[in-house]
Structure formats: structure tokens, C-alpha cells
Write a protein that binds this ligand. Structure first.
Ligand SMILES: *Cc1c(COP(=O)(O)O)cnc(C)c1O
Length: 397
């Protein structure tokens, strides 16, 4: 491991975390992105802005959500397992943390609208919700295939008053939806803000999303200490683009006694997965450099995971940096293992986890079996209501 003064770095002036990140964008957006960066850097320490944000997080989202000692799971597997309950947030996952932050930032920038893409619809619902509560218009770009597949979330977004724009190019799923949302933003940036769905994209978006997700780790560290008088031996979170994980990890990065694991989806096989930190090579996607699943020509591959919130072919730039330094270990959990954990948590603790979060749970159980004395903190990034029908009707288990 590289000996650093701190692993919890901010991006450099060009937006890089080590070799990753940056700003590969249309020249005409450069000025606008500087304005977004400067406004954000001012607001993040501004008392009035933080009061407004914290009020919404407390009374609207329902924070702080608890750290829960999973007694049954702990007794069964030997170690002490604790869950950070992001599943209890309004709208059912951690995404609302940064969606509300982005919406408030859009207001301060004087924008009238937020633009976002969505795959399974989770980010779309969180963004549409944040738009309602802050009084913004909301355009959600979504692949035609996903619109059919994810009807309940499409209905929710419609109820929330969002405009859903159907994207019928290519595979008609997330990747094309991001491209379409980016092109629309390029035309509308003077009146709209692009609200990205994870700690990815060109600088300053990864920094902004990470900042609004840091509340997970801040709360969890304090709550864990209140319960145990100590810090966890090990913390675990799943990695899609890397927002719920980085929000948990940052609070623990500089405490060398804490082992940190990011869990990537191994999917079905070495060919069908979304484990960019394990199998990717340096490349550029959606305006930033990262470890990327790609074909021989450098075209981003079609990532796959049973959990649609994890199937992104790249990963947030800070995770790529943390992988290179060795501070965080990036491990693999397959579809099958995640499914097993989905049922296991439901049956032992009465908590139905999102399929994304089930990857972190599965690794936590594995780790507990091998390390029976340890205290483990797992980020339960979201609830599984959205996955029940799919799991029961479509999956072989
Ligand atoms: C979207 C999503 C994820 C993956 O996104 P990250 O940016 O990696 O956190 C994980 N869990 C849930 C419940 C999600 O909805």
C-alpha cells in the first residue's frame, strides 16, 4: 500500500484523483462547468445552504437513518454484523441524498430544470422527487426497453410530474439514455443542470455527488461508536458508479485499522459482468477517465449485472485511485451469491434488501464466516421492494 498523508483527497485543479477523472467535454461547456465548480465550492461551506439541505434531509428524507445491529445474522455467522439503513430513506435508497443536493445546487445556480438519465428508474424517481420538493422542472431520459421493463418506476415519475423522454437508439437502455441526456444538456445548459446519478462523469460531478453522500459515513461512524465504543474492523459497500460506497468509505479512509471492501458485480461470468475495477482498463466514458470495461477499439462494453443499479461499464474516479493505492480492496460477488443474500437477509432479519445491496450483504456473510471475532459494518444502500416481482417470477434460485 502507498503511504499517503491522506487517502481522502479532493480532485486536483484539472479534476483528477490520481490518474482518473478529468473533464473530457465539449469546449462550449468549459465556462459553465467552472461556474458550477465555483458555486459548489462556495455553497458546501455556506451556512444558509447547509441549513436548507439539512432540514430537508432530516424532515423529508428521514435522516439520520439508524445503524442496526443484525443480531440474528451475527449469531448465525459468528462475527458482529451491523447495517447502515439507507433503505429507510424516503424513496428507498441513498440516491435521494445527492439528488436533493443537486436540486438545491441547481436552484442556487438560477436554473429552472434538472435533466437526468435513468436505467432501472431509481435515479429517475429520486431526481423527480427532489425536483418536486425544490420546485424545479424535471426531464428524465430513459431507454425504450427500460420504459417497458420498469413500469412501476415510470408510473412513479409520471405521478411526480417528470417529463419522460423515450430513447430509441442502440440497445435502448442506460448507456444511450446517458448520451441522450448529455446531448439535451448541451443545448439547455444555460437554463438546466445535469443531475448525474452516481459519483461519475466529468469534473466537478464526482466531487459534488461524493460530497452529498458523505453524510452516510459521518453518521455511521458516530452511530457505530455510540453502539460499540469503537470503530468497525471492516466496512463493506456495493459499487455501481460508486456513490453509496464512497459516501461510507471517506469517513474511514484515514483510519488504517479499518479494512475497506468495495463489492463489484461478477454477474454471470468473466464475459457478462460489470466489474470495471477488477476487469477494466483505462479508458474514457461520459466525459471522464476511469477503469472501463471496453472492446478492442476502446468502445465501452455493455455491462451486465442482475442488479440494474450496478451495471455501469465504468467506475467513479476516486475508486480507481483508491484501487491503485491499495487502500480499498475491490472484491467480486456473482448474481447467484447476491440472490442468496437477498433471501438470507429477508429470512433472518426481516429486511428485504435491494439486489444491489445484496452484493454487499453476500460479501459481509462470506467475510463473517472467515473472521468470526470481527465487527463488520455493511451499507444497506436500498430496499428490495422494486426487485421482488423480478426475483420471484424471473430468477432461478
Ligand atoms: C443505484 C444504486 C446503487 C449503485 O449506485 P452507486 O452509485 O454505486 O451507489 C446501489 N444500491 C442501490 C439501492 C441503488 O439504487
Amino acid at each position: 500500500m502507498i503511504k499517503n498523508k491522506t487517502f481522502n483527497i479532493m480532485p486536483d485543479k484539472n479534476g483528477f484523483f490520481g490518474n482518473y477523472g478529468g473533464q473530457y467535454i465539449d469546449e462550449k461547456l468549459k465556462q459553465e462547468f467552472k461556474k458550477i465548480t465555483d458555486t459548489f465550492l462556495f455553497l458546501k461551506d455556506d451556512e444558509e445552504f447547509n441549513n436548507e439541505l439539512n432540514l430537508l434531509l432530516k424532515h423529508y428524507v428521514g435522516r439520520p437513518n439508524p445503524v442496526y445491529f443484525a443480531k440474528n445474522l451475527s449469531e448465525k455467522y459468528g462475527a458482529k454484523i451491523y447495517l447502515k439503513r439507507e433503505d429507510l430513506n424516503h424513496t428507498g435508497a441513498h440516491k435521494i441524498n445527492h439528488s436533493i443536493g443537486e436540486a438545491l445546487l441547481a436552484k442556487k445556480l438560477g436554473k429552472k430544470k434538472i435533466i437526468a438519465e435513468t436505467g432501472a428508474g431509481q435515479h429517475g424517481v429520486a431526481t423527480a422527487t427532489a425536483a418536486v420538493i425544490t420546485g424545479l422542472e424535471c426531464d428524465i431520459y430513459m431507454g425504450e426497453t427500460d420504459i417497458i421493463k420498469e413500469k412501476p418506476n415510470v408510473d412513479k415519475m409520471k405521478l411526480l410530474g417528470a417529463n419522460i423522454i423515450s430513447v430509441s437508439k442502440g440497445t435502448k437502455t442506460l448507456k444511450e439514455a446517458v448520451d441522450a441526456a448529455f446531448s439535451a444538456y448541451l443545448e439547455e445548459y444555460q437554463t438546466a443542470l445535469y443531475a448525474i446519478g452516481s459519483a461519475v462523469g466529468p469534473h466537478p460531478f464526482p466531487m459534488i455527488v461524493e460530497h452529498f453522500q458523505n453524510i452516510i459515513g459521518h453518521e455511521a461512524k458516530r452511530q457505530f461508536y455510540e453502539l460499540t465504543n469503537t470503530t468497525p474492523d471492516c466496512i463493506i459497500a456495493c459499487i455501481g458508479g460508486g456513490s453509496n460506497s464512497i459516501g461510507l468509505f471517506n469517513a474511514f479512509l484515514d483510519d488504517g485499522s479499518v479494512e475497506i471492501y468495495g463489492i463489484e458485480p461478477a454477474g454471470k461470468s468473466k464475459k457478462e459482468n460489470a466489474a470495471s475495477l477488477n476487469f477494466g482498463e483505462d479508458g474514457i466514458i461520459h466525459g471522464f477517465k476511469c477503469k472501463l470495461l471496453q472492446d478492442k477499439n476502446g468502445t465501452p462494453a455493455n455491462a451486465y449485472s442482475i442488479a440494474s443499479g450496478l451495471d455501469y461499464p465504468g467506475a467513479g474516479p476516486k475508486h480507481c485511485y483508491l484501487k491503485d493505492t491499495g487502500r480499498v480492496k475491490y472484491e467480486l460477488i456473482s448474481d447467484k451469491e447476491a440472490l442468496k443474500a437477498f433471501f438470507e437477509l429477508s429470512k433472518t432479519e426481516g429486511i428485504i434488501p435491494a439486489l444491489e445491496s445484496s452484493h454487499a450483504i453476500a460479501y459481509g456473510i462470506k467475510y463473517a464466516k472467515e473472521n468470526p471475532k470481527k465487527k463488520i459494518l455493511i451499507n444497506l444502500s436500498g430496499r428490495g421492494d422494486k426487485d421482488i416481482e423480478f426475483v420471484l417470477n424471473t430468477c432461478k434460485y
